[in-house]
Design a protein around this ligand. Sequence first.
Ligand code: SF4
Ligand code: SF4
Length: 459
Amino acid sequence: MKYKISQYIVTSEPIINDKYRLLYSTVSTKLLLLKIEDHLRLINRAFDELDQDVLQNLIDAKLIVDKDFNELKSIIDENKKVIADDKTLFQVISPSANCQLGCDYCGQVHSKDTLTDDLSDKILKRITHNVGLKDYKGLFIGWFGAEPLMGLKNIRALSKEFLKLSEERGLKYSAKMVTNGLSLKKPIFFDLVENHKVKNFEITLDGTEKHHDLRRHTKLKQKTFDLIFRNLKEIVNDERFDDLNVDIVVRCNVDQSNYMSTFDLMELLDNENILNKISFYTAPIHSWGNDAHLKSLSLDEYAQFQIKEFIALMNRKHEFAIIPGKKTHIVCTSLKENAEVFDANGDVYNCTEISQVPAYENDDFFKVAKLYDESYSNKKRPYSEWNDEVLNGDFPCAGCKILPICGGACPKLWKENISPCPAIKYNIEERLLLEFYKNKDKYVSKKDTQEKTVVAEAV
Ligand code: SF4
Ligand code: SF4
C-alpha cells in the first residue's frame, strides 16, 4: 500500500442528511467535505477505490500521506526550522513591578519598584547586544507586567532608544502591551500608538461590572470596571481609531464564578459599538504558581462553554477564527531564539510567567541573566529542548492529533504536571460544524451537491 491516513486528522459527525463528513487536517489546516461513502473507503484504506480527483484532494490536504512518511518528525523539523528562520527579535519588558489591581487569581507579588535608570541602561545594552546575535530584520517589544503603565516614563524613554537602535540597524520596530487598562486614557493610548509604535493592546475585562469588580478590584478593593470600560469606549470611538491599524484584544478570564457573565459583557460591548472594533476571547484561569486553577471550569465544561461563546459572537457578527488557519510552529516566548523577559528588578527570564511569582523567586533555573550580577551566567534556557522532548515522546503531545495547530500549549505547565491542553482539543469537532455552517458557500458549491464531486474547497 502506497499511502496511509494521516495521524493529524479530525472528522466531524455525519452532516447534510448523513451524506457527508467534514475532515480537517491540522497539518495543512484545510477543511474538506467528503461524501460518506468515500469516508468509508478512506477509513478502510481502500485508496484505489477513490476517484482520482478525490484521492488527489486528500493528498493535497495532507489527509493522506505516503506510508513511510514520519509525520511527527516532519512537524518537529518544521517547527525547528521556523524557529531558526525567525528574523524578529522578541523582547519582553516589565517597566514596573507594581500594579494597581489585586486580582484574586494573580500569582504575582507586586512592589513599588520601577526600572531604575541604571537597569534601563542595562536592558538597552543587552537588547543592543541581542539584536546582533542573528541576522534580524525586526525588533518587537512586549510591554508586560505587573502593570506596564505604572512605568510609563520608562516605556517612553526606552521606546525612543529602541526606535533609534532600529533605525541604525535597519530593523522594523513595533510593540505590544498587556495592560489592565485602568490607566489607558485616550491621550496615553494615542501617544503610545503614534510615538512609540505600540500596535497591539490586550486588556482584561472579567465579565460585566458586577463580576469584574468582585475579582479585578484594586488592592484596596475599589472597583475598576467603570474606568477601564470608559477608557476603552473613548479610544475605539475616537475618529482617529479606525485608521490606526491597531489591534485591541479584550480578554475575559473565566472560572466557575463568572463565566456566564461573558454573554452580558458581549452584549454590552456590542451595544456600545465596541465589539465590532476589537477582538474578544475568553481564557480559563490557570495556575500561576498558585492554586488559581482549582476554581476553573472542568476542561469539558470550558470547551462546551466556548462553543456557546462562539455562537453568541457569530450571532453578533463578530469576526474571529473558529478553526486555526495556520500552524503553531513556535509555541511561546520561551522557544523564540534569544527572546528575553526583563523584569523591573533586573532578573531576566525566557518565560513570561515566572517574574514576581514567589514560588520561583529563588530558583536560578528560570533566570537566564541577572542584570545586577555580571558574574551570573546561565546558558541553559528553560524549555528550549521542548521540540526534541515531544519528538522523544516525553509528553502526550507526541500522540496528539492537534499538535500542529497547538504546539504543546505551555511547556512550563507540562513540566509542573498540569495539562495545558487548550479547549480546542475538546471541542474541535463542534468547531468544524460551526465553521462549515458559517462559511457554507466556501465549502459547498451547487455542483458539489448535484454531481459526484466529493471534496469541496479548502480553507
Ligand atoms: S512556557 Fe508556558 S508560561 Fe512560559 S512563556 Fe511558554 S506558554 Fe508562557
Ligand atoms: S498541549 Fe494538549 S492539545 Fe496541545 S498538543 Fe499537547 S496534548 Fe495536544
